[in-house]
Ligand binder design. Structure first.
Ligand SMILES: NC(=O)c1ccc[n+]([C@@H]2O[C@H](COP(=O)([O-])OP(=O)(O)OC[C@H]3O[C@@H](n4cnc5c(N)ncnc54)[C@H](O)[C@@H]3O)[C@@H](O)[C@H]2O)c1
Length: 332
């Protein structure tokens, strides 16, 4: 199969490319603009392992450079002799993530997440993709009061420009599906993802960094936020199952763990596991933060999805790997 992966140098994208490479029938066209949301050195390191792989063609490219994007994809498909023979799946991860940052740079969020998604959908139409996967987010559930969130719920008011950009992306995908009836368009709502190569701006990475240096860990909303944390290996497996089980048309799936943990408990877990002297301090809620997320995963379970790594165990493995990576870094 042929896979076009956008945002391939990012946290989830690079894990997904690694997963695809475990099946030798897969050829991958991977792009990323290595944007400055966080260090491009981390992104370069993320794709270092697959960049020179014979079954991967990686380009530093912005999804909004539609013409260049189209030219590169066509060249790739021609050279793989793929246009008429092999099914093409597009997995669209590229986006500017981050709820808090989207308040300060809403135009950048809109450009990558909304205009960029339109551009990738345009490419999907031109090349006749059989599958289009859109990486959406639990943030689209917005101000809904009660959990777990089921896909059929009417969405609550988006609480940030980031959440709004994901709602818009979903709408673009749904209207694309109405016009392109042979394509299987799937919106996947990921719930807070963690694991190997996790973004530096995310809670667990921040807690780990602060705990290692025995500094104060800040918890917003007095530590009373709850999150459904999903291990990246479960996310990758979920995406694979959705692609495998997909038929033409539009569909929305939550991919989460199905559980939820209080951030205060998570912070204590990190502090204890690292035997840190950090104190946890509580502050008021910040703009855009949802109080609680928890996925109803009954729909994706019907495709065979069963999360394997739960937060209490997953976070310890993450911390052990994080610590050993720092030791290796210090030694070099
Ligand atoms: N990590 C999570 O907890 C989480 C939760 C819900 C949804 N998501 C979504 O999953 C996707 C991947 O998230 P992630 O955590 O891996 O983030 P990430 O920032 O690590 O990866 C996104 C990648 O997209 C690239 N990118 C951004 N704008 C681009 C553009 N215009 N052209 C080309 N590449 C561009 C970035 O350079 C980055 O490498 C995103 O769409 C995100 O919104 C993530």
């Amino acid at each position: 199969m042929i896979f076009l992966v956008t945002g391939a140098a990012g946290f989830i994208g690079s894990n997904f490319v690694d997963y695809l490479l475990t099946d030798e029938r897969n050829d991958i066209f991977a792009i990323d603009n290595l944007d400055d949301f966080y260090s491009s050195d981390i992104k370069k390191e993320n794709c270092r392992l697959f960049q020179n792989h014979p079954r991967v063609h990686f380009e530093k490219l912005d999804i909004n450079e539609t013409e260049a994007f189209q030219r590169s994809v066509s060249r790739f498909l021609k050279c793989r002799n793929a246009l008429s023979k092999r099914r093409i799946h597009i997995i669209h991860f590229a986006a500017r993530p981050g709820v808090a940052q989207s308040f300060t740079t809403p135009d950048l969020t809109n450009k990558s997440n909304v205009i960029g998604t339109r551009s990738v959908l345009h490419i999907a139409k031109i090349i006749g993709a059989s599958t289009f996967i859109f990486a959406s987010s639990s943030s689209v559930y917005g101000k809904l009061g009660s959990v777990p969130f089921h896909e059929d719920l009417n969405l609550g008011e988006p609480m940030s420009p980031y959440a709004a950009s994901k709602v818009e992306g979903e709408i673009l995908c749904s209207s694309f599906a109405m016009e392109n009836k042979n394509c299987s368009v799937r919106v996947l709502r990921f719930f807070t993802v963690y694991g190997n190569r996790q973004r530096p701006d995310m809670a667990i990475t921040k807690f780990a960094r602060t705990a290692i240096s025995n500094q104060q860990i800040v918890l917003y909303n007095n530590g009373n936020n709850y999150r459904d944390f999903t291990h990246v290996n479960d996310i990758v497996e979920g995406i694979h199952l959705v692609i495998k089980g997909s038929i033409a048309g539009f569909g929305v799936f939550n991919i989460g763990s199905g559980g939820s943990i209080k951030l205060e408990k998570l912070a204590n877990l990190v502090v204890n596991h690292l035997a840190s002297k950090s104190k946890v301090i509580k502050q008021k809620a910040i703009k855009g933060d949802m109080i609680r997320t928890q996925a109803d995963i009954s729909k994706v379970k019907k495709l065979g999805y069963a999360p394997r790594i739960f937060i209490e165990k997953g976070v310890k493995t993450f911390l052990d790997e994080y610590l050993s990576a720092r030791v290796i870094e210090a030694e070099n």
